[in-house]
Design a protein around this ligand. Structure first.
Ligand SMILES: C[S@@+](CC[C@H](N)C(=O)[O-])C[C@H]1O[C@@H](n2cnc3c(N)ncnc32)[C@H](O)[C@@H]1O
Length: 245
Protein backbone atom coordinates (compact mmCIF):
# COMPACT_ATOMS: atom_id res chain seq x y z
CA UNK A 1 0.00 0.00 0.00
CA UNK A 2 1.26 3.50 -0.79
CA UNK A 3 2.09 5.61 2.19
CA UNK A 4 0.33 8.96 2.57
CA UNK A 5 2.27 10.31 5.52
CA UNK A 6 1.65 13.96 4.71
CA UNK A 7 -2.05 13.53 5.51
CA UNK A 8 -1.19 12.32 9.02
CA UNK A 9 -2.21 15.36 11.15
CA UNK A 10 0.80 15.16 13.50
CA UNK A 11 3.32 14.83 10.67
CA UNK A 12 1.61 17.48 8.54
CA UNK A 13 1.64 19.89 11.51
CA UNK A 14 5.41 19.48 11.92
CA UNK A 15 6.10 19.66 8.16
CA UNK A 16 4.11 22.92 8.03
CA UNK A 17 6.59 24.48 10.46
CA UNK A 18 9.70 23.71 8.41
CA UNK A 19 11.40 26.77 6.92
CA UNK A 20 10.80 25.52 3.36
CA UNK A 21 7.09 25.16 4.14
CA UNK A 22 6.83 28.67 5.53
CA UNK A 23 9.17 30.57 3.21
CA UNK A 24 9.09 28.44 0.06
CA UNK A 25 11.86 27.82 -2.42
CA UNK A 26 14.15 30.53 -1.05
CA UNK A 27 14.49 28.51 2.15
CA UNK A 28 15.16 25.28 0.26
CA UNK A 29 18.93 24.75 0.28
CA UNK A 30 18.92 22.81 -2.99
CA UNK A 31 16.76 25.29 -4.93
CA UNK A 32 19.57 27.35 -6.57
CA UNK A 33 21.07 24.15 -8.01
CA UNK A 34 17.68 22.79 -9.08
CA UNK A 35 16.64 26.11 -10.63
CA UNK A 36 19.88 26.31 -12.59
CA UNK A 37 19.19 22.89 -14.13
CA UNK A 38 15.68 23.75 -15.29
CA UNK A 39 15.25 24.51 -19.00
CA UNK A 40 13.40 27.71 -20.01
CA UNK A 41 9.77 27.11 -19.06
CA UNK A 42 7.97 29.80 -21.07
CA UNK A 43 5.32 28.24 -23.28
CA UNK A 44 6.09 24.75 -21.92
CA UNK A 45 3.77 22.08 -20.55
CA UNK A 46 5.07 21.11 -17.11
CA UNK A 47 4.22 18.15 -14.86
CA UNK A 48 5.29 18.13 -11.17
CA UNK A 49 5.15 14.71 -9.47
CA UNK A 50 4.80 14.92 -5.68
CA UNK A 51 4.18 18.66 -5.88
CA UNK A 52 3.28 19.18 -2.21
CA UNK A 53 2.51 22.86 -1.57
CA UNK A 54 3.12 23.46 -5.28
CA UNK A 55 6.16 25.74 -4.98
CA UNK A 56 7.66 24.41 -8.24
CA UNK A 57 4.29 24.61 -10.02
CA UNK A 58 3.96 28.28 -9.07
CA UNK A 59 7.53 28.90 -10.19
CA UNK A 60 6.76 27.31 -13.59
CA UNK A 61 3.65 29.48 -13.81
CA UNK A 62 5.71 32.60 -13.00
CA UNK A 63 8.09 31.69 -15.84
CA UNK A 64 5.23 31.65 -18.36
CA UNK A 65 4.60 27.91 -18.64
CA UNK A 66 1.68 27.20 -20.96
CA UNK A 67 0.18 24.54 -18.69
CA UNK A 68 1.16 23.20 -15.28
CA UNK A 69 -0.07 20.01 -13.60
CA UNK A 70 0.72 19.17 -9.97
CA UNK A 71 0.22 15.60 -8.75
CA UNK A 72 0.29 14.61 -5.08
CA UNK A 73 -1.13 11.83 -2.95
CA UNK A 74 -1.87 14.17 -0.04
CA UNK A 75 -5.15 16.07 0.20
CA UNK A 76 -3.71 18.30 2.91
CA UNK A 77 -0.69 19.32 0.84
CA UNK A 78 -2.87 20.10 -2.18
CA UNK A 79 -5.40 22.00 -0.08
CA UNK A 80 -2.59 24.25 1.08
CA UNK A 81 -1.36 24.69 -2.53
CA UNK A 82 -4.84 25.69 -3.62
CA UNK A 83 -4.90 28.63 -1.22
CA UNK A 84 -2.20 30.46 -3.20
CA UNK A 85 -3.30 33.17 -5.65
CA UNK A 86 -3.14 31.78 -9.19
CA UNK A 87 -3.74 28.21 -8.02
CA UNK A 88 -6.90 27.98 -10.11
CA UNK A 89 -4.74 28.08 -13.26
CA UNK A 90 -2.86 24.94 -12.25
CA UNK A 91 -4.27 21.44 -12.75
CA UNK A 92 -4.09 19.70 -9.37
CA UNK A 93 -4.48 15.92 -9.21
CA UNK A 94 -4.85 14.14 -5.89
CA UNK A 95 -3.53 10.71 -6.75
CA UNK A 96 -0.45 8.57 -6.11
CA UNK A 97 2.00 9.23 -8.93
CA UNK A 98 2.22 5.46 -9.45
CA UNK A 99 -1.51 5.48 -10.34
CA UNK A 100 -1.49 8.66 -12.41
CA UNK A 101 -1.74 8.31 -16.18
CA UNK A 102 -0.24 11.37 -17.87
CA UNK A 103 -1.06 12.11 -21.47
CA UNK A 104 1.49 10.32 -23.71
CA UNK A 105 4.05 12.79 -25.05
CA UNK A 106 2.02 15.50 -23.31
CA UNK A 107 4.80 17.31 -21.42
CA UNK A 108 7.92 19.30 -22.26
CA UNK A 109 9.17 19.10 -18.68
CA UNK A 110 8.52 16.52 -15.98
CA UNK A 111 9.99 17.55 -12.64
CA UNK A 112 9.90 16.25 -9.11
CA UNK A 113 11.36 17.59 -5.88
CA UNK A 114 12.11 15.23 -2.99
CA UNK A 115 9.26 12.81 -3.63
CA UNK A 116 10.65 9.79 -5.53
CA UNK A 117 12.26 8.25 -2.43
CA UNK A 118 8.67 7.51 -1.33
CA UNK A 119 8.08 5.33 -4.40
CA UNK A 120 8.72 1.56 -4.28
CA UNK A 121 8.90 0.81 -8.01
CA UNK A 122 11.29 3.32 -9.58
CA UNK A 123 11.79 1.61 -12.99
CA UNK A 124 7.99 1.62 -13.61
CA UNK A 125 7.77 5.28 -12.74
CA UNK A 126 10.63 6.05 -15.12
CA UNK A 127 8.78 4.28 -17.93
CA UNK A 128 5.73 6.44 -17.18
CA UNK A 129 7.80 9.61 -17.26
CA UNK A 130 9.54 8.61 -20.50
CA UNK A 131 6.13 8.06 -22.12
CA UNK A 132 4.78 11.37 -20.79
CA UNK A 133 7.67 13.40 -22.20
CA UNK A 134 7.59 14.91 -25.66
CA UNK A 135 10.67 14.13 -27.77
CA UNK A 136 13.34 16.59 -26.64
CA UNK A 137 11.64 16.97 -23.26
CA UNK A 138 13.41 17.30 -19.91
CA UNK A 139 13.14 15.15 -16.80
CA UNK A 140 14.56 16.88 -13.69
CA UNK A 141 14.30 15.49 -10.17
CA UNK A 142 15.81 15.71 -6.71
CA UNK A 143 15.87 12.84 -4.22
CA UNK A 144 17.51 12.15 -0.91
CA UNK A 145 21.10 11.13 -1.59
CA UNK A 146 22.04 7.43 -1.31
CA UNK A 147 24.58 8.29 1.39
CA UNK A 148 21.77 9.92 3.34
CA UNK A 149 19.29 7.06 2.90
CA UNK A 150 21.53 3.98 3.12
CA UNK A 151 21.54 3.27 6.82
CA UNK A 152 17.87 3.89 7.54
CA UNK A 153 17.18 5.97 10.64
CA UNK A 154 18.67 9.13 9.05
CA UNK A 155 20.39 10.49 12.13
CA UNK A 156 23.88 11.58 13.08
CA UNK A 157 25.88 9.33 15.34
CA UNK A 158 26.40 11.63 18.34
CA UNK A 159 28.57 11.78 21.43
CA UNK A 160 27.13 11.79 24.95
CA UNK A 161 26.40 15.50 24.71
CA UNK A 162 24.51 15.22 21.43
CA UNK A 163 27.35 16.55 19.26
CA UNK A 164 27.38 14.90 15.79
CA UNK A 165 30.43 12.65 15.42
CA UNK A 166 29.70 11.16 12.00
CA UNK A 167 26.94 10.18 9.60
CA UNK A 168 26.51 6.40 9.49
CA UNK A 169 26.48 4.72 6.08
CA UNK A 170 25.63 1.03 6.09
CA UNK A 171 23.88 -1.56 3.90
CA UNK A 172 24.60 0.68 0.92
CA UNK A 173 24.08 -2.05 -1.69
CA UNK A 174 20.80 -3.27 -0.15
CA UNK A 175 18.41 -1.10 -2.12
CA UNK A 176 14.86 -1.02 -0.82
CA UNK A 177 12.56 -0.07 2.00
CA UNK A 178 13.82 1.82 5.03
CA UNK A 179 12.08 2.85 8.22
CA UNK A 180 13.30 6.37 8.81
CA UNK A 181 12.73 8.94 11.50
CA UNK A 182 11.72 12.25 9.90
CA UNK A 183 10.43 15.10 12.06
CA UNK A 184 10.27 12.63 14.94
CA UNK A 185 7.82 10.41 13.04
CA UNK A 186 8.17 6.94 11.50
CA UNK A 187 8.29 7.41 7.72
CA UNK A 188 8.87 4.72 5.08
CA UNK A 189 11.31 5.71 2.34
CA UNK A 190 13.20 3.76 -0.32
CA UNK A 191 16.98 3.71 -0.50
CA UNK A 192 18.60 3.25 -3.91
CA UNK A 193 22.24 3.18 -4.88
CA UNK A 194 23.43 5.78 -7.34
CA UNK A 195 23.39 3.07 -10.01
CA UNK A 196 19.79 2.16 -9.16
CA UNK A 197 18.70 5.79 -9.56
CA UNK A 198 20.38 6.16 -12.95
CA UNK A 199 20.13 2.72 -14.58
CA UNK A 200 16.39 2.88 -15.48
CA UNK A 201 16.92 6.24 -17.17
CA UNK A 202 19.79 4.87 -19.23
CA UNK A 203 17.84 1.70 -20.09
CA UNK A 204 15.04 3.90 -21.46
CA UNK A 205 17.55 5.78 -23.64
CA UNK A 206 17.01 8.97 -21.65
CA UNK A 207 20.20 11.02 -21.88
CA UNK A 208 21.47 11.93 -18.42
CA UNK A 209 22.91 15.40 -18.88
CA UNK A 210 23.19 16.80 -15.36
CA UNK A 211 24.02 15.60 -11.87
CA UNK A 212 24.41 17.72 -8.72
CA UNK A 213 24.97 17.11 -5.02
CA UNK A 214 23.86 20.54 -3.79
CA UNK A 215 25.45 22.32 -0.86
CA UNK A 216 23.82 25.08 1.20
CA UNK A 217 24.52 28.62 0.02
CA UNK A 218 26.95 30.85 1.92
CA UNK A 219 23.91 32.77 3.17
CA UNK A 220 22.21 29.70 4.62
CA UNK A 221 25.51 28.56 6.14
CA UNK A 222 25.88 31.92 7.86
CA UNK A 223 22.25 32.31 8.94
CA UNK A 224 21.03 28.87 10.00
CA UNK A 225 22.43 27.23 13.14
CA UNK A 226 23.76 23.72 12.48
CA UNK A 227 23.83 24.24 8.71
CA UNK A 228 27.64 23.77 8.67
CA UNK A 229 27.02 20.08 9.35
CA UNK A 230 25.35 19.86 5.92
CA UNK A 231 28.87 20.13 4.44
CA UNK A 232 29.84 16.85 6.12
CA UNK A 233 27.72 14.56 3.93
CA UNK A 234 25.45 14.99 0.92
CA UNK A 235 21.72 15.07 1.64
CA UNK A 236 20.35 15.42 -1.87
CA UNK A 237 20.99 14.31 -5.39
CA UNK A 238 19.65 16.17 -8.43
CA UNK A 239 19.49 14.49 -11.83
CA UNK A 240 18.46 15.82 -15.19
CA UNK A 241 17.86 13.78 -18.32
CA UNK A 242 16.54 14.46 -21.76
CA UNK A 243 14.34 12.37 -24.06
CA UNK A 244 16.03 12.29 -27.46
CA UNK A 245 14.34 14.53 -30.03
C1 LIG B 1 9.09 16.38 0.87
S1 LIG B 1 7.55 16.70 0.14
C2 LIG B 1 8.07 17.65 -1.27
C3 LIG B 1 6.98 18.54 -1.80
C4 LIG B 1 7.40 19.44 -2.96
N1 LIG B 1 7.77 18.69 -4.12
C5 LIG B 1 8.52 20.37 -2.55
O1 LIG B 1 9.67 20.16 -2.93
O2 LIG B 1 8.22 21.33 -1.81
C6 LIG B 1 7.11 15.15 -0.59
C7 LIG B 1 5.74 15.15 -1.26
O3 LIG B 1 5.60 13.93 -1.99
C8 LIG B 1 4.27 13.49 -1.83
N2 LIG B 1 4.20 12.06 -2.10
C9 LIG B 1 4.77 11.06 -1.38
N3 LIG B 1 4.50 9.87 -1.94
C10 LIG B 1 3.75 10.14 -3.05
C11 LIG B 1 3.18 9.31 -4.07
N4 LIG B 1 3.34 7.99 -4.05
N5 LIG B 1 2.49 9.91 -5.06
C12 LIG B 1 2.33 11.26 -5.07
N6 LIG B 1 2.85 12.08 -4.14
C13 LIG B 1 3.57 11.52 -3.15
C14 LIG B 1 3.91 13.85 -0.41
O4 LIG B 1 2.52 13.86 -0.18
C15 LIG B 1 4.56 15.23 -0.30
O5 LIG B 1 3.69 16.25 -0.69
Amino acid sequence: MKQNKYDDPAFFGKYAQMARSVEGLNAAGEWPAFQAMLPPLAGKRVLDLGCGYGWHCFYAQSQGAAAVTGVDISAKMLARAQQVPGADRIGWQQVAMEDYHPEPEGYDVVLSSLAFHYVADWPSLCRKVAQALKPGGTFLFSVEHPIFTAQGPQAWYCDGEGKPLHWPVDHYFSSGRRETCFLGERVIKYHRTLTDWLAPLLALQLQVNGLREPQPSAQLLADVPGMQDELRRPMMLIVSACKPA
